[in-house]
Design a protein around this ligand. Structure first.
Ligand code: CA
Ligand code: CA
Ligand code: CA
Length: 354
């Protein structure tokens, strides 16, 4: 609501519809006419207040939403004096904005990508548009907090996203001094919504990538030296993990569904996948190491081919990609764990690849 006194609203006093009537003799008629006039006046006041509220919200009728139509790099003055009771900021154009200028805003809605600096842990970014065939702006985050929450809402609430439309997400490494031996920020990237997201780790190093509520599908390229835990669910997801997951910090992928998802190392791009079936009753650490050594031996015999084996509840894919010594695993050898995925080795044994 405006801080202005209401008498500044021109529509309130100008019309006073109905007051300029002829005074009839009958008192009841007079009262009815007067009541009508007062009702009209109240309606005008209400309308004026509503219009003023809408103006404050940039023409948007949603309470608590401020729409910003400016484009380019925004400074503090864009937001000064406009953020009272604002929970949602909606940018209609591509902008560079610093979240330090709106720390109490919980939802940031983007009509055409953005570069957001200093995004806070409690702030959620919703992208209403992605890119199609290289057309469209990415969402770039600089100096983002440990928890990053991104939602895609390409076709409106409850709608379905265009499969050709993808939000290109870039999260730059922070300039923060990190304590040795850690070279990465870690933290969690949470993705949800109906639109596809493409994310390649270029040094930011999220430890958890939770795409379990992203129905639009994730295309993910991980970080070699981070033990990533990726949660997938509905949606056609694509994982580019060759050279990005190793025995030292083997990534865990939960929810991989061979019928809809793609994993580069078993796609045929790298040749036929070999399968071993270790004879194990109890999958303890020793049994796992033994299976990994068998996989290393077979991989070495096949020029570093990918080898898959299933444990009691998961699938491992291994490749002797570093220091080819049969039967020995080294930190830099490829390994990935598909947590909860079973039955995949049967398909690979029959077909060699997916
Ligand atoms: Ca999936
Ligand atoms: Ca990794
Ligand atoms: Ca090796």
């Amino acid at each position: 609501m405006s801080a202005q006194p209401f008498f500044t609203f021109t529509p309130v006093f100008l019309p006073l519809r109905g007051l300029a009537f002829q005074w009839p003799d009958d008192i009841e008629t007079r009262l009815t006419e007067l009541k009508k006039a007062i009702d009209n006046m109240l309606a005008d006041i209400r309308e004026a207040f509503e219009r003023d509220d809408a103006d404050e919200n940039g023409g948007d009728n949603e309470p608590g939403t401020l729409v910003i139509d400016e484009s380019g790099t925004l400074d503090a003055s864009t937001f000064e004096g406009r953020l009272e009771n604002v929970e949602t900021l909606r940018f209609t154009n591509n902008v560079t904005a610093n979240a330090d200028h709106f720390p109490n805003v919980s939802d940031i809605v983007l009509g055409n990508g953005a570069t957001l600096v200093n995004l806070g842990n409690e702030q959620t970014v919703t992208a209403l548009e992605g890119s199609r065939g290289g057309e469209g702006e990415p969402l770039t985050l600089q100096e983002a907090g440990e928890q990053v929450n991104i939602v895609t809402d390409f076709a409106g609430r409850g709608g379905h996203g265009d499969p050709q439309e993808t939000l290109e997400l870039v999260v730059e490494p922070t300039s923060e001094e990190l304590e040795a031996p850690y070279q990465y920020e870690f933290g969690t990237l949470t993705l949800s919504g109906n639109g596809a997201v493409s994310y390649e780790d270029t040094g930011r190093g999220f430890k958890e990538i939770d795409a379990s509520s992203l129905t639009g599908g994730l295309t993910f390229s991980g970080n070699t030296y981070v033990w990533e835990q990726v949660a997938l669910e509905e949606g056609a997801d694509t994982l580019n993990m060759a050279g990005r997951s190793n025995y030292h910090s083997a990534d865990y992928i939960t929810g991989f569904d061979a019928s809809e998802d793609t994993l580069d190392v078993i796609s045929g791009e790298y040749g036929r996948v070999e399968v071993i079936e270790p004879d194990v009753d109890n999958w303890d650490t020793e049994a796992l190491i033994d299976a990994e050594q068998q996989a290393a031996t077979l991989s070495a015999q096949h020029d570093g081919a990918y080898v898959a084996f299933e444990t009691d509840d998961s699938t491992y894919i291994f490749a002797d990609t570093q220091g080819r010594i049969p039967g020995q695993v080294s930190d830099g050898d490829f390994e990935i764990k598909l947590v909860g995925t079973t039955g995949l080795t049967d398909i690979l044994a029959a077909e060699g690849t997916l």
